[in-house]
Design a protein around this ligand. Structure first.
Ligand SMILES: Cc1cc2nc3c(=O)[nH]c(=O)nc-3n(C[C@H](O)[C@H](O)[C@H](O)COP(=O)(O)OP(=O)(O)OC[C@H]3O[C@@H](n4cnc5c(N)ncnc54)[C@H](O)[C@@H]3O)c2cc1C
Length: 419
């Protein structure tokens, strides 16, 4: 577990006097953290409130893949708007290299590439995919001699491609931002938010915190993922509406000799990835475990199954797509989690980040971790349009709150593994 910063104590005078912050961001997943960083770097007096621990929601549960559009191209949905995702791998990479809009030089890269494999010939089903210039420049077919484990053996008869999409240790991204902006990040539940009737411009909303202290703010940025729904209710805002799309993500653990580190999409009969595997480390006092975390179709279709049923399906499916592997020593589990997004009329997945503004309330869902920079651009421009002053004299916001820490990862929270 990552260490927390020391708690931020204030005098009794501070506790009784309402404190102010020009911009209050609610929700400390990637959306809130990225927005906080962008706004503070631009000179705005912004703070972030997180109810639990940072990245404890979708962000910590994500696979950390910085998509560049492969999924859209595979399903023939590489529309003009979806093409904006094509720029995301470079934008994140610039941050990792210390040359981007944020400093993510301390964050960990798990893999520079994603792979794509199929046990059958891919050529027929990927005609449209290869026809797309965007995609063909970003992927290459690997010859037998370049196959990575576990495909580097004669039993693998399919095809393997290398994609230009990196995978990040997303907990380290959250931790890097937490360390840089810890003076502006607080752990608290929000009990109520009340528009101030006759308050000045600087104190438009009164935020009642769980410890009964009060915070006044000019602009609210809601980046609370699934929690946005309740916050919008509290504010009596009918729009935007939110949808949840659930997942049941299987995971398995074993020593590295059994599970090589793999970051790959498996294609089945349809052009939709049957399964997307990412690999993570679970530290123990002895040799660490490797976790394979399974997303894609298997996680979508698993919704409604019990964890035991989903584990049985995952065992069967993995054995089918990798018949040469021996998974008998692995231990298994599954995580149920909802994706929270703006509501689509047909319940489908939105293709772009969503940012809505109603007076001084901005509500945002990045839709994909990878697209967070686009979401933050939109938030930034809306804040700018509100005319909130920048570069005011530095004022520490004093509220009697704990500074928050970064969450455990899904496999660190499993209490009972299934054999
Ligand atoms: C299983 C899974 C795998 C995914 N994999 C990928 C991937 O590989 N690549 C990719 O690009 N995208 C991926 N996604 C999508 C991506 O994770 C999400 O789009 C992104 O993390 C959403 O971030 P967020 O900050 O909006 O929400 P969240 O990460 O859910 O953060 C919301 C935060 O708000 C806090 N909160 C809630 N209510 C309140 C309140 N009232 N007061 C204060 N705080 C509150 C929560 O505690 C939480 O910390 C995945 C999603 C899931 C579920």
């Amino acid at each position: 577990m990552l260490e927390s910063s020391p708690s931020y104590n204030t005098s009794s005078e501070d506790a009784t006097k309402p404190q102010t912050a020009d911009i209050t961001i609610i929700g400390g997943g990637i959306a809130g953290l990225w927005s906080l960083a962008r706004l503070r770097q631009a000179g705005y007096q912004a703070i972030l409130l997180e109810a639990n621990s940072l990245a404890c929601g979708q962000t910590g549960a994500s696979q950390g893949i910085i998509h560049g559009g492969t999924k859209y191209a595979l399903t023939g949905k590489l529309t003009h708007s979806a093409q904006s995702i094509g720029a995301m791998p470079q934008r994140w990479q610039a941050c990792l290299d210390g040359q981007g809009e944020l400093d993510l030089t301390q964050a960990k890269l798990l893999s520079k590439h994603q792979y794509l494999w199929s046990n059958q010939s891919l050529a027929a089903k990927l005609t449209g995919f290869f026809a797309s210039k965007v995609m063909s420049s970003r992927m290459q077919r690997l010859g037998k001699g370049d196959h990575i484990p576990p495909f580097n053996q004669s039993n693998f008869k399919g095809e393997l491609y290398q994609l230009d999409e990196s995978v990040l240790d997303i907990q380290s991204v959250a931790e890097t931002l937490r360390v840089q902006f810890s003076e502006a990040i607080f752990q608290t539940e929000v009990s109520n938010i009340v528009p101030s009737k006759d308050a000045g411009k600087d104190t438009r909303y009164q935020i009642q915190l769980a410890n009964k202290s009060m915070l006044q703010t000019q602009c609210l940025v809601l980046t609370a993922g699934a929690g946005n729904e309740q916050l919008l209710n509290v504010l009596a805002l009918e729009q935007p509406k939110m949808q949840r799309r659930p997942l049941l993500m299987p995971m398995l653990k074993a020593k590295a000799s059994v599970l090589p580190r793999l970051y790959a999409h498996c294609l089945g009969v349809s052009a939709l990835p049957k399964m997307t595997i990412t690999s993570h480390t679970l530290s123990t006092s002895g040799e660490p475990y490797i976790i394979w975390y399974l997303g894609g179709e298997i996680a979508e279709q698993g919704v409604g199954r019990s964890i035991i049923e989903q584990v049985q399906c995952a065992k069967k499916e993995l054995q089918m797509v990798m018949p040469w592997m021996d998974f008998s020593s692995c231990q298994w589990s599954a995580l149920a989690i909802d994706r929270a997004e703006p509501k689509m009329s047909d319940g489908s997945r939105p293709v772009e980040p969503a940012v809505y503004q109603d007076h001084q309330v901005i509500t945002a869902w990045p839709v994909k971790l990878a697209m967070t920079p686009i979401m933050a651009d939109k938030i930034y421009h809306q804040v700018e349009a509100l005319g909130i002053a920048k570069n005011k004299p530095i004022k520490r916001v004093k509220v009697t709150l704990e500074t928050t820490k970064t969450s455990l990862l899904p496999w660190e929270k499993v209490t009972q593994w299934i054999t």
